[in-house]
Design a protein around this ligand. Structure first.
Ligand code: TPP
Ligand code: MG
Length: 733
């Protein structure tokens, strides 16, 4: 099954078999050289342009060119999928990108097809070729590539789901699949040290995904050599134990050997045998980037040894030696390349720059506005039976029912996370030996038996794995509705949540999008939840442009907002307060399979004239109790506002209320300082300063951690009495 080829710095002619070269024709070899040479010369041009301050950053693909052409000769643009990294200039050229478009990236032109001037050059994004937007955090593309490969398989198994549908995100998400497409993902040797790389290998192996991992090993990660990064100094040795893989270790400066390795690896993937990993030894002749000088940490002798393996000179010598091109032919080809690059540079330097007023464009979907009335529908409650009103259900019940009804409506929805399946060992369920788990809070219970194990399944215990894969799936057009079991454990996914998922659309200038729902059990008041089962921290996420953040306080809102989250065209963090899941407060009968609440619309829980209390989540019932007591005992009428949605938030309702009451408290469960209340308080102070009769107050948790002992927990989290006292004081101010 697994094969291994030792790196072979032997002459290219060794690869010659039977009149052709591992299946490559003489014409293809000339074409390979043309692309490799073009790639190198684009780097040279960019270096010059950077020195002339006409572009602002340069990172080269020098030394890695043979990998790109070999891959592109085997894989198919706009058919297979590509998650390259910054050294893959030759790959992008070979797949069909033009030098002109690359120079547009360098100058940051409005017409830069990768990002419209938003990202550095060599951050490839070419939707028409299935080259998916990449970022700068090394390795963050790998789990997304896993999700992409999974989506291809899912779509082949559910072809109907790919059809266009109207009235939700599907209207704007074209979906293509072929059934045997392969996903390419590349990374450097240093990046194999990232945990997400290992999480990706694990899932690709376990699910036998059609994914080609390409480790472009130039021996260095900036200045850190491979033996410091990688135990034993060789990644091939470490990964060899992963089942279902086809492995290759090759000299990646040799286009013929590299081509042969790609041909074998891609065949393995196309035949649905599992993933492949190509470990290609390459060189890095131009330092890490233009900001680095490798002479500071690499002696001349070592650099000269690398230079002897330069893929450009090796390939040129090979063409000459094999009589494929003579010296004149080489010169002619190189001259043509130089001339075409000159034209491309001149054109790119003339290109228009992006307009400053476009900077917030594509932070969110330009097509579907989740705050609009399209997401406002009336509840349709069940009819009374025998004069008996329908039983009110808990928030947990309604979330479960909403997920079920949305999955019935939209076959693109897949649910995964830790323990969310009823039973991974499917036969126990089918044989009715067990009842099923369906999540640690049972919110996804009953979904796997109805929708099958390929729509509701368990992930490994790895949060980045969940969010990274979801991002890749959503990029292909699925709607992952994933679960993070506890907010306290969302942090391993933070890179994906801060640098990836919410940025896909903006950084690709609307070339790609990844509308995903991430459900997270959040919050304390658990009596024993302690530090690691009680955290809030929503403001960390409301601080991320591109991410919608929702935090309902009752069953009906959870239902209506979850449906909006699922149907909308943006990534949504859906925060579910654990304490509210089964609370008596806020129960409701199911409002029907189309009930939606638009984002950014607060709810006035109780109207009042004396004081505005702006809150959300589990503080809502506590603030209500406090307000009722205050009215009973002191006749103060509090207007209680439940924001429900934190980004976007309903400024209009807040402002109208404060204009009426002239006093405001922002109350929230998270720690007081730097929290969500700071933003609301600042806005009120800024916009309504002359309306205020008192300072804006905050009531929140103490600036510490939530302790286990209930006496401590009570002292730490804001209680009814804290709210009562703050309201009373502010009313008296
Ligand atoms: C997560 C992360 N940490 C650090 C960096 C800064 N950085 C950029 S490239 C790089 C080295 C990458 O080395 P390697 O994976 O071997 O790729 P190479 O550049 O050698 O091709 C580092 C440390 C980054 N971009 N992302
Ligand atoms: Mg490297």
């Amino acid at each position: 099954m697994a094969t291994k080829t030792d790196p072979k710095p032997a002459a290219l002619a060794d690869e010659k078999t039977g009149g052709n070269y591992q299946g490559l024709s003489r014409e293809q070899l000339v074409e390979a050289y043309r692309i490799m040479y073009t790639s190198r010369r684009i780097d040279d041009r960019e270096i010059l342009l950077k020195r002339q301050q006409k572009i602002f950053f340069q990172i080269s693909g020098a030394g890695h060119e043979a990998i790109g052409v070999a891959a592109a000769f085997v894989l198919k643009p706009a058919y297979d999928w590509f998650y390259p990294y910054y050294r893959d200039r030759a790959l992008c050229l070979a797949l069909g990108e033009t030098p002109y478009q690359m120079f547009l990236q360098g100058v940051g032109a409005a017409d830069d097809p990768s990002s419209g001037g938003r990202q550095m050059p060599s951050h490839w994004s070419f939707p028409h070729l299935n080259i998916v937007t990449q970022s700068s955090p090394t390795g963050s593309q790998i789990l997304q590539a896993v999700g992409c490969a999974e989506a291809g398989r899912y779509l082949a198994a559910h072809p109907e789901s790919a059809r266009k549908a109207y009235g939700d995100f599907r209207e704007f998400k074209d979906v293509t699949f072929h059934g045997d497409e392969v996903t390419y993902v590349s990374l450097g040797d240093g990046t194999t040290s990232e945990g997400e790389f290992w999480e990706a290998l694990n899932t690709a192996s376990n699910r036998k995904l059609p994914l080609v991992f390409v480790v472009e090993d130039n021996g260095y990660a900036i200045s850190v050599p491979v033996e410091v990064q990688t135990a034993g100094g060789n990644i091939s040795r470490l990964v060899a134990g992963f089942p279902n893989f086809h492995f290759e270790e090759i000299d990646g400066t040799d286009p013929v050997a590299t081509y042969a390795a790609f041909a074998r690896s891609v065949a393995h993937c196309r035949a649905a045998q599992g993933p492949s990993l190509i470990h290609a030894h390459v060189i890095r002749p131009y330092s890490h980037s233009l900001s680095d000088d490798e002479r500071l940490y690499r002696p001349d002798a070592e650099r000269q040894r690398d230079a002897a393996r330069d893929p450009i000179t090796r390939t040129q010598m090979f063409l000459l030696r094999e009589g494929i091109l003579d010296e004149k032919g080489i010169n002619r080809l190189e001259k043509q390349v130089e001339e075409s690059l000159q034209i491309a540079v001149d054109q790119a330097l003339d290109a228009a720059f992006p307009q400053p007023e476009t900077v917030t464009r594509y932070v969110y979907s330009p097509y579907l506005d989740p705050t609009s009335s399209a997401f406002e529908t009336a509840p349709v409650f069940p009819e009374p039976v025998d004069g008996k009103k329908p039983t009110p259900k808990t928030m947990a019940d309604l979330i479960n029912t909403t997920l079920r009804d949305e999955m019935r409506r939209d076959e693109r929805i897949v649910i995964f996370g830790e323990d969310v399946a009823d039973c991974s060992r499917d036969q126990y369920l089918r044989e009715k030996q067990i009842k099923g788990k369906g999540g640690v809070f049972k919110l996804t219970w009953g979904l796997q038996p109805e929708f099958g194990a390929d729509r509701v399944f368990n992930s490994p215990l790895a949060e980045a794995n969940i969010v990274g894969r979801a991002t890749g799936m959503a990029t292909r057009g699925l709607k992952p509705v994933v679960e993070i079991q506890f907010f306290d454990y969302i942090w391993p996914a933070m890179l994906q949540l801060r640098d990836e998922l919410p940025l896909i659309r903006w950084r690709s200038n609307n070339g790609f999008s990844a509308p995903t729902v991430i459900r997270v059990a959040i919050g304390g008041y658990l009596t024993g939840g302690a530090i690691y089962h009680s955290q809030c921290g929503e403001s960390i996420f409301t601080h991320i442009p591109g991410l919608r953040v929702v935090f309902p306080s009752n069953a009906l809102d959870a239902c209506g907002l979850l449906r909006t989250a699922i149907r909308c065209d943006d990534p949504v963090l859906f925060l579910e307060h654990k304490r509210l899941y089964r609370e008596t407060f806020g129960r409701s009968p199911y409002p029907g399979p189309d009930y939606m609440i638009p984002f950014g619309k607060a709810k006035i829980v109780q109207p009042g004239t004396d004081l505005s209390v702006i809150t959300y989540g589990a503080v809502v019932p506590r603030a209500l109790q406090a307000a009722q007591k205050l009215e009973r005992e002191h006749g103060v009428k509090v207007e209680l506002i439940d924001l429900r949605c934190l980004n976007p938030f309903d400024w209009e309702t807040i402002a109208n209320s404060v204009r009426k009451t002239n006093r405001a408290i922002v109350a929230y469960e998270d720690t007081l300082s730097w929290g969500y209340g700071a933003e609301i308080a600042a806005r009120i102070a800024d916009a309504l300063f002359d309306q205020l009769d008192a300072p804006v107050r905050r009531v929140a948790a103490k600036d510490t951690f939530v302790a286990y002992q209930p006496i401590l927990e009570n002292a730490i989290l804001p209680q009814v009495n804290d709210l009562f006292l703050a309201m009373k004081q502010l009313a008296e101010y």
